[in-house]
Design a binder for this molecule. Sequence first.
Ligand SMILES: [Cu+2]
Length: 149
Amino acid sequence: MTGLKYLGGNKMKHSKNGLENFSFQKKILLGLMIMGVFLLVVSCSKEIPEESVNVPTEESVDAVLATNEIHAIVIENNQFMPRDLDIKAGHTVEWTNKESAEHTVSFENGDLDEFLPSEGRASYTFMEKGEFRYFCKLHSGMQGTISVS
Ligand SMILES: [Cu+2]
């Protein structure tokens, strides 16, 4: 009888424990899930600075902005104005056709050959030092030189 009683008690205790175990397991599961999410967030937030190494930083963008000056040449009265420019490597020259006639900006070395309708624009960033002669294919007198140092 005591055995049965004990068994009964044990059974009740066991089922009670079962319930407790169930909620305990749920708590553990919930805890693990929270930990998992937390670890995911932590690992993600740790990965961001590592990934951003390959993305341009503010410093590198400033460096590019410091070297990338833009020089404007306008086309007016069948002329490049100014026709010659002295610039530094990394600088950009932008040609704008300010008149109704069509022109081209064509490098002697062939690196740039742009047709410019009225209000058309062409730009080129000179990364190498040297003398770059350019001209308009449509008007033989239109030519100039960009000197890059
Ligand atoms: Cu022209």
